[in-house]
Design a protein around this ligand. Sequence first.
Ligand SMILES: [Zn+2]
Length: 55
Amino acid sequence: MSVLQKLKSVLPVEDEGVTRRTYECQDCGNVFESAKTPDRAECMECLSADVAEQD
Ligand SMILES: [Zn+2]
């Protein structure tokens, strides 16, 4: 195994296997994507944490 492959194996993979969810802000209606879980996601427009996950 090369050094680069070893580094990749220990670093967290951030762009593969990350579930991106679509949320709608319940305060301002902004629809946005986030990789955060529903309890951590917040609206980027008004910073409200009152967001609903979309299908
Ligand atoms: Zn909002």
